[in-house]
Write a protein that binds this ligand. Sequence first.
Ligand code: GDP
Ligand code: IMO
Ligand code: MG
Length: 447
Amino acid sequence: MPGTVITGAQWGDEGKGRFTDYLAERSDLVVRYQGGHNAGHTIVVDGTTFKLQLVPSGILYEHVTPVIGNGVVVDPIVLLKELDLLASQGLNTSRLRVSGNAHVIMPYHQEIDRLTERYLGKNKLGTTKRGIGPCYADKALRVGIRMQDLLDEKILRAKLETVLREKNLVLAKVYNRPGYDIEELMQTYLALVPRLEPMLDDTVHLVHKALDDGKEVLFEGAQATFLDLDHGTYPYVTSSNPIAGGACPGAGIGPRALTRIIGVAKAYVTRVGAGPFPTELPLEEGDVAYAPGTSDEIISRDMEIGNFLVDRGREFGTNTGRRRRPGWLDCVMLKHAVRLNTCTEIALCKLDVLGGLDEVKICVAYETPDGKRIDHVPYHQSAFHEVKPVYETLTGWDKDIEDTANFSDLPANAKAFINRVEAIVGVPVTFASTGPARDHTVVMPRS
Ligand code: GDP
Ligand code: IMO
Ligand code: MG
């Protein structure tokens, strides 16, 4: 039985967690394949909110085996805290399997993440400061510590000795900061082993066994296409490959194991952290560079809508609390995401948030500074910084579509919005959502 991938089609926080949870009901394994606790996936079930960072969104179902794949970077302290929190919310977390090959985020990774951001000053990336980039960098440099290394005191000591020699020098000489004591680190991490060891597994074998046995395997991406290290808006990206293809190295499968690829998009766009954003709407004066001569009326209307999206969509980071930058739906980017991921379909989230606006805009092309209209994402970053969105304006729909879980009950203009998105990006919208809860999921009639 081939697998399904759920991946973010924008800049993150599209609602991957809620759609993963929805599809997990019919899945046997839910496998995270990249990222770490920079992710925040929110799921609302029967009035209870679950906020997941590392644990796959399949954890909420007793019949699902949640798997943290080899491509994930794991802070074991955060993982255990998250499991404790979920247990306190009444969940059985004992089924979680964690790859022995997943790399460990150590305290020095988090410290270096914080320090490099500070060092970059106004050029900072706005990372989540969770140590993600430095941990993946050490993996690539081949000086990383893997989960399995924690199980062998001798190996752990040898690896830490090598890596700390360099880290402590950098911390002292470049950043004028104290280094890390190997004995303290050994003590802290070895103390976690009794709880971690029973979770560690050969997750590649687990995934293949499930696929061979005809089970449903769902691969859950974190972050998103335009935060992808290779295909995102570099350097304003994360340090892994969230695109669907990332499930191959991140979980140990080949492309033939995947048939269904769901790109999750919001009905508008948000972004946290720095980087270009063509359809961005200002929250405050100066947030967005307008063409000279743009009227105050347009700027203030845009600001009103930007603030409306943040307030109505509650656009604040799930675990960092940072306010997200809002903007209109960018179908040029979405079409590009469909290509990069070979999406078979789109899940369109947060339709309810647009409810009540008289007009809803969709970006269908870009205009370059020399007045040319293009309908693709320019490969050159400077060009992408300079494009202006070309909008198509659609009529809005009634405010109250929260709780509408049937396509036929959606207002005609909301249906027209969905149909227009499908026509532009070239694949069907198979799910939409009209509220944060599990039962606010609209399954489109043909799926
Ligand atoms: P993820 O990182 O892609 O899993 O998304 P997040 O969980 O970080 O962000 C999505 C936010 O939108 C969460 O707070 C969800 O509870 C909320 N949400 C999800 N679907 C909907 C929806 O259809 N309508 C509304 N109003 N909120 C939603
Ligand atoms: P989910 O899975 C939104 C952003 C950060 C920053 C950039 C690099 O909830 O969609 P990092 O800490 O990864 O080195 O930060 O990536 N970022 C996210 N933005 N949602 C996420 O995850 C994100 N994970 C990282 O804000 O701009
Ligand atoms: Mg999120």
